[in-house]
Design a protein around this ligand. Sequence first.
Ligand SMILES: Nc1nc2c(ncn2[C@@H]2O[C@H](COP(=O)(O)OP(=O)(O)OP(=O)(O)O)[C@@H](O)[C@H]2O)c(=O)[nH]1
Ligand SMILES: [Mg+2]
Length: 483
Amino acid sequence: MSAIEQIKYNKITCTACGRDFHADLTAFDLGKVFNEVIRKTDMPAQPEQKVVFGVELYQIDPAWTSLARLDLKFYYTVRDLCQELGYKMDTTAPTELCLTVKAVKRQLEFLMEIPFSAIQRANRHDVMYNRLYETVRSTYGSPNEIMAEIEKLIRNLATCREDMVILTVPVFIVLDKDIDGNEMASRLQYYVNNEKRELSSRVCPYCGAPMDWLAGYRNEIVIGLAGLPRVGKTAFIASLVHQLRKSGKDDFISIKDNESESLAKFEKEIVAEYEKGNTIYKTEVENADKIPIVYLPLKIGGKEYNFVFVDMPGEIYNGDSKGLDFISNKRAILKSADVGWCFIEPSMIDRRYRNANIEPKEESADRQLSDLIHILNIVYTEKIPASIIVTQSDLIDKNDPQYGLYRPEVNVMDDYLRDNTLDLTKTNEFVGDTKKFVDQMTNFRLSIEEVFDGFSMFAAASYGFDVSNQVILSNNKIYPSIV
Ligand SMILES: Nc1nc2c(ncn2[C@@H]2O[C@H](COP(=O)(O)OP(=O)(O)OP(=O)(O)O)[C@@H](O)[C@H]2O)c(=O)[nH]1
Ligand SMILES: [Mg+2]
């Protein structure tokens, strides 16, 4: 790892806090490791196990059980492990990791963002203790008992020598290679009572949130989804994954591997329903854990990318500050998007194309547009490139031959895979027709230009029929039009 500085590692954007960092700076949360060591190391009974992999295991002072009863986050990058916990990188064998009083103090200072002396001076009646209480995330006992454990820990930390070792544990960092062959930490193995355990999930070095298994392996492009409720954002991503699943690994474009947990979850919960022609569940503000963030590893013409789709419940674009609070608290990653995909439904452009089975919005199209733009303006202080996607294009076809934007027979990828020539004539024609349609709403393009740095435009139908119309559900075979 000595040559780390010269290597170009892939960027990772944390899905929880939205901050960017490079793949060599991913961290591991050792809170679980320390807990386990404190709870399970049973040395007096087995004196022959006092040394494991040359690491001398300490008899843990019972005073530190409070550390195990609290659930502190201890996340460290490999560099921190070396500098703060005395770890020596060895690619062949486990080496000693050593938790000292000083390291615990430093971690508390890092989590609380105040010096230890201030923590030490406070007591359980101070507001700071509430924050401490949240930080330790303990499920041990009643609030009073947890407070007592916190006090005990602080007291111990304050009275013990800083270089005093609380525990030692043999640790081995398993390296893996990104697609360019750069080595990076992928898992952390450790030993408790001579038994091997593993932390397989890496975490964000800033906030400690777990990362997708795929993060850091390829060049990452974050796509933020925008559009009002029920416009068809989630269905479009489902349709996209469905189309891409059809191409094989040697094709011009293909999904790379199946190691993304988020993709597997999305396929199971959403794409499978979509493929059956069923409605998919609504993306809900109340249930942030269920809002998809999908890692899609793609090979496009010999290059590999991790696309990260950040889905959103349409309500957050309704224009009020609640939406912005939601983004800051639950989906800060949206602000770090590299590209925006902005979805609009045909009725926003022309009332005649309203989907009769979806409850009409009370606001006028102008109002809806200005609400959407208002939020986007605040989220993207720097302009990013965008795609404008007119959804539910089958509605446009039905009523008006003039635009006829439902064209399931136009499929650039299918054509390319069949003839191996990228003929964009039909696509360009289609994009031109979409523009003509959108230009009926005079302020649309102007408004979009306000927030995005250039954009392409096309119409799509994810299902190709009105899935919310119960009458036609007997014949619900999907027939998407998605270019
Ligand atoms: N006619 C037609 N309707 C569609 C199509 N795709 C989606 N819809 C309709 O749009 C509805 C909403 O689709 P979603 O993908 O859930 O919409 P969303 O933008 O994710 O909505 P929120 O999660 O509420 O923000 C569906 O239930 C369908 O009624 C399509 O291809 N044709
Ligand atoms: Mg949705």
